[in-house]
Design a protein around this ligand. Structure first.
Ligand code: SF4
Length: 384
């Protein structure tokens, strides 16, 4: 999928959640309403302040993620999107996504989001099995998902993603199959399915030796099962963890994998702009204070200029996550060396069924995608 030139994506981070899920290492926490209101004002001011950077670029994707953005009143989300409209050049048909967690939503909330310009919803479900949801510490059950999904459709959302997970405590191949079948019955346009990662600093990390998680081989089978079931249901498996109905790939997330620019706002938000990667410090109170004081330099820490060698490594790491892989001509034009020149002859992997080379593109096969870490480690010389 080609992206138009001179376009930009905006990522707005909302670092609030009702409670912390047991596996989560995203930057989010519970907060009182007054803090949320001050945060929204700070976010709007930050967006306004950095708008001159984006002159000459058209914003064609906006992604409001978190955390749980729908903890904010729809009027706050409308205010943030108004700020985008007032200070940035907005594409006439942008993709505007809001992440939401199942909770007791009224259809009016979704109607208000649609009126504000949101046209894509990403609902974090993870599993259709209440026991698994409870083990993850998710703040909802399957019934809350059903109500949320119905309210969103009734309001008129026509582009919905559902996030799922595999390899979670108590999950079996059978219960995963049940989750997939249940979700397919709702007919979302997009499904993301990530393997659980037990991250340091989370409650799951403390319990890592006793978590009732299936063994590695079974988890690998689960990943294959997801691809088989969703592929069989007509979804395009376009990225290692992402599946879409025709025409419904996530345009914003494609930016990350294609290495096209985006600006991130809020603590822990990442930006990639003008060849520089940057992460805003993970500190909501510090972020609000800095923006209120107009001290934008405090937000510009951790900037990193990408060296040509890093640019090549990133390009390979990110593009090979996509099943369309790498265009050899584009690779040579960018890096002044052929793919073969950089990484050697790939005949062995092609014969083994892990890679394909067709019409000038090198890509992982479905089988290759599941061992891609090992292959990339060999190419890029890192430990998998
Ligand atoms: S809802 Fe999402 S961001 Fe919030 S704690 Fe759970 S996993 Fe983390």
């Amino acid at each position: 999928m080609l992206q138009k030139k001179n376009t930009l994506g905006l990522y707005l981070h909302v670092p609030f959640c009702v409670a912390k899920c047991r596996y989560c290492d995203f930057y989010s926490a519970a907060a009182p309403k007054e803090v949320m209101a001050r945060y929204v004002a700070a976010l709007a001011k930050d967006m306004e302040g950095r708008a001159p950077m984006a002159r000459g670029l058209t914003v064609d994707t906006v992604y409001i993620g978190g955390g749980t953005p729908t903890l904010l009143p729809p009027a706050d989300i409308a205010r943030l999107l108004d700020t985008v409209g007032q200070h940035y050049t907005l594409d006439p048909a942008p993709e505007v996504t809001v992440e939401c967690n199942p909770q007791s939503f009224e259809a009016q909330i979704f109607e208000a989001l649609l009126r504000a310009g949101v046209n894509r919803l990403s609902i974090g479900l993870q599993s259709a099995n209440d026991r698994e949801l409870m083990a993850l510490g998710r703040p909802h059950d399957m019934a809350a998902f059903a109500a949320t999904y119905r309210a969103a459709r009734e309001a008129g959302f026509q582009n919905i993603n559902v996030d799922l997970m595999f390899g979670i405590p108590h999950q079996t191949k059978e219960s995963l199959q049940y989750t997939l079948n249940t979700v397919l019955a709702y007919a979302p346009e997009h499904i993301s399915a990530y393997g659980l990662r037990v991250e340091e600093g989370t409650p799951f990390w403390q319990e890592r030796n006793s978590l009732p998680i299936a063994d590695e081989d079974t988890v690998a089978d689960m990943q294959l099962l997801v691809a088989e079931v969703l592929g069989g249901a007509g979804f395009e498996h376009y990225e290692v963890s992402n599946y879409a109905r025709a025409g419904y790939r996530s345009r914003h997330n494609m930016r990350y994998w294609l290495g096209t620019p985006y600006l991130g706002f809020g603590p822990a938000a990442h930006s990639y702009f003008g060849g520089v990667r940057h992460e805003t410090p993970r500190d909501t109170a510090g972020y609000i204070r800095a923006v209120e004081a107009g001290d934008f330099s405090a937000l510009q820490t951790n900037a990193h200029c990408i060296t040509p060698h890093e640019a090549m490594e990133e390009y390979v790491m990110l593009r090979m996550r996509l099943f369309e892989g790498i265009d050899e001509k584009d690779f040579s034009a960018r890096f002044g060396i052929s793919f073969e020149g950089a990484f050697g002859d790939q005949e062995r992997l092609i014969r083994g069924g892990f890679l394909t080379k067709k019409q000038g593109r090198i890509a992982f096969t479905e089988q290759g995608m599941y061992v891609s870490n090992a292959i990339l480690a060999e190419w890029l010389d890192f430990k998998p």
